[in-house]
Design a protein around this ligand. Sequence first.
Ligand SMILES: [Zn+2]
Length: 402
Amino acid sequence: MSNPTISSLLNPVKGGPKATVSRKRKAVGNAKQSTKNVPKQTRFLIDLGLPGYDIQPLASVLQKSKRIVVITGAGISCQAGIPDFRSSTGLFKTLRSEYGISFSGKEMFDNSVYRNIETVNIFHEMIKQLYELSKNANPTDFHYFLAKLAKESRLLRLYTQNIDYLETRLEGLETSIPLPSSPPWPLTIALHGTLEMVSCTKCGYIQKFDPSFFGKDGLTACPECRIGNEVRRIAGKRSTAEGCLRPRIVLYNESHPDSEAIGSVCTQDLKSKPDCLIIAGTSCKIPGVKRIIKQMSMSVRRQKGSVVWMNHDPPNKEFDHLCDVIVTGDCQTAVKEATAYVGPTALNIKLKTHGAKKPENQRPRVYKKRAKVEGDIMLKEVFRSSKASSVPPRPKVKLEEV
Ligand SMILES: [Zn+2]
């Protein structure tokens, strides 16, 4: 994909969530130091737009590899109808026109949306529509190809930048929200969170997404915080500020609450000596993802394995020398032609409504903001002023109270 889409947007090209990045750097090492020492091997360029292309080099790699790491981006979900946030048509154009805003796609996913209630409401409206799109979408052939690798026990890990949770609805590709702090880790790691879950801005409480949490009449207070305050009230203690529910996705200028666990997963995967890295449907502009790719590439080359690039555009010079098989064109076509893929029905892989499990006994973790954000202060003020008398199922804070 030449343009990053909604799913790949959730970390910045510049000025990204440095807390996340620095954590990953610590865990997987500094990628800058040694990419030039990657052993050279034969390169294959496959342009699916040219007549008479030869898919065999890709087929050969996919057939022989046994410990495959896959890093995916929005390009694998386009065929499922998940929109490009920069497109001039569709969901984002409608929202801009409906609310009379001139936000760019990137700005709509910046942590600063929580600075005032108007942008919060627009953001939540967009998230609700994206959630409905994802819920009603079906995984693509590429998603099924990943599930097939998992079923064959050849998928070491799937790192997805997508928030549409299409992969995790497939049997064998489940994830855990939050990630456990120690092994065993799930096969799928959602690098930018998932639309499937919401969490509290204060205590980290997590539950399944429900569109009714995000009405136009204000914010939904965290039931866990409410219960905590009720307990404090009974004990004769003063009440504390309560959080509110938000989608559990990583925005620009904030760090992933599971960043430590993600770093640990990367380290373990490097130790497992992957023999193939597939980078698919992403232009790799996110700093943290770049680092993972560079480290995994070097590890794969040391095993004399292959690094595969599948995207509409070829890799830029930062990644070009790392790739052994470069496939330009539709990644769906590539995997269908290069494997014994026979379609979802014949694979006998279950498609589920939800893909994320919530592990037991996990300490909740909260998103950390890189800089002081006015919105955070505002939200705290909102909930500090709310009275904790009873515990309604989904308490609402009216706009007028802000
Ligand atoms: Zn809470």
